[in-house]
Design a protein. Structure first.
Length: 463
């Protein structure tokens, strides 16, 4: 690891430290061991839960310029709304899942486009009994011959109904007698089991408005309405720049070198948030390479890992200053992940600087990358929801905490291994609990943030 420490590790410092002042450090020394190592529930060695402490009175925030967590998320969404509007694109149905309609979906034809049978059975004309005509009517075949009163013909579901038909008699409701005579075993009504032309819509009707999220059902409706392509808001393009000379891409840690946890994690996480990841590049601690990568990137969002503090090889802030980027968020009142940042590098491009510690980086994704990508993709804001805690959760004196939880019945259960450098908790989590400053007692209802794959499946985020 380099002297300043970029990524995972209990003493990582470059862009990862929680930047405690003296009073905070003393408070942590006095706290139970589980709190000093990132535990969430202050349980002692026997597993008995403790109580969330009150926020110290009169204790000023050590980082007064840090943006409060809710305001940071709002700032990311606002930045995306102010970005240069990207042109809409036309994509094949097979590529549209998870995108948002940029134009209304209007019916290109009547649905159904002709009278069709809703059941297998007989098409009948007039009152029964009926004389059964030879042959039958199948879906997808040439138009059948008209029927006259007293006639019936076998018909399959989805087949075009012959002219002159008054109803479809289901197979289970008819019986045949001598001389191919068909009898109904139940009363029938005119038009029974016939889907008339235009029953669902007429040509030109608006089926769905612009802004609709393309789900599998929307794809089915579009196909039924005659669409081969859809006009959609394009996926935001993201590029990941992994910083740090101490990172290995394979094998076991050795000689002060550690495995890169963020390179393998960030690309699929960003894809789950709806982004198109165009590259993952490992730059090491090279200020010139970082500047070149940022200024030549074609991405809508650049994501960097580590290097967001003020150490000797923390190049993100100096590089942004040199290229004239506008710093929108510089530090957030959230733990883990305080030294994250958001900058506008061009009119149509932003950069999210993540801390190097893995769970702190996740916090940065949730806080800054998710609302920015969601807004760029025109996805709706997910409805907030809350669940009570099964155990008390230790809070930070000043900042919001994001704590991995699993959902058990109607309760959220805080997970251990939630320190800034740890992924063991988030790897089994269902959501992140938003813990206010001062912590939360057992039974308190906390806002939960779903993980993208928990609600929509790997590879696409519908929320």
């Amino acid at each position: 690891m380099t002297a300043s420490g970029t990524h995972a590790g209990p003493h990582a410092g470059r862009g990862d430290a929680e930047d405690l002042d003296v009073e905070e450090a003393l408070a942590l020394v006095r706290a139970p061991q589980s709190d000093r190592t990132g535990g969430t529930d202050r349980s002692d060695q026997t597993g008995r839960p403790g109580h969330a402490p009150a926020r110290p009175a009169g204790h000023e925030h050590p980082h007064p310029r840090a943006t409060p967590w809710p305001e940071a998320r709002a700032a990311a969404a606002r930045a995306a709304r102010r970005a240069t509007r990207r042109p809409h694109v036309s994509v094949a149905l097979s590529d549209a899942l998870g995108l948002v309609l940029a134009a209304p979906l209007d019916a290109l034809s009547d649905l159904p486009s002709f009278d069709t049978s809703a059941m297998d059975g007989w098409a009948v004309a007039g009152p029964g009994p009926w004389q059964i005509r030879d042959g039958g009517v199948l879906a997808g075949h040439a138009p059948p011959e008209p029927l006259t009163d007293g006639e019936a013909v076998r018909i399959a579901t989805g087949a075009r109904v012959p002219t002159g038909v008054t109803a479809v008699l289901r197979s289970e409701h008819g019986r045949t007698g001598p001389q191919d005579r068909l009898h109904s075993t139940r009363e029938m009504s005119h038009g029974q089991d016939i889907r008339p032309r235009g029953q669902e819509c007429r040509r030109g009707d608006q089926l769905l408005p612009s802004g609709t999220l393309v789900t599998p059902a929307v794809l089915g409706l579009a196909a039924a309405a005659g669409y081969d392509t859809l006009t959609v808001v394009p996926r935001p393009r993201a590029e990941v720049l992994v910083l740090g000379d101490e990172l290995l891409t394979e094998g076991l840690p050795h000689d002060g070198l550690i495995r890169d946890a963020l390179g393998p994690m960030l690309a699929p996480w960003l894809r789950a948030l709806g982004a198109e990841v165009i590259a993952v590049r490992r730059l090491g601690d090279d200020a010139k390479a970082l500047r070149r990568a940022i200024t030549t990137s074609r991405a809508d969002l650049i994501v960097t890992t580590g290097g967001t503090a003020a150490g000797p090889v923390d190049h993100v802030h100096p590089t942004l200053e040199r290229i004239g980027a506008e710093l929108l968020v510089d530090g957030v009142g959230v733990r883990p992940g305080h030294p994250m940042l958001l900058a506008r590098t061009k009119a149509d491009q932003h950069l999210v600087g993540l801390p190097g510690n893995p769970l702190a980086a996740v916090s940065g994704l949730v806080t800054l990358a998710e609302p920015l990508l969601r807004t760029l993709a025109a996805h709706p804001v997910p409805e907030p929801y809350r669940m009570p805690l099964r155990e008390a959760v230790q809070g930070h004196a000043h900042d919001t905490r994001l704590v991995p939880v699993v959902l058990r019945g109607e309760r959220a259960v805080p997970l251990r291994y939630s320190g800034p450098a740890m992924l063991r908790g988030i790897a089994t989590a269902d959501a992140l609990a938003v813990v206010p400053p001062g912590g939360a007692a057992q039974g308190a209802g906390l806002e939960l943030l779903d993980l993208p794959w928990d609600t929509a499946g790997i590879g696409v985020c519908f929320t």
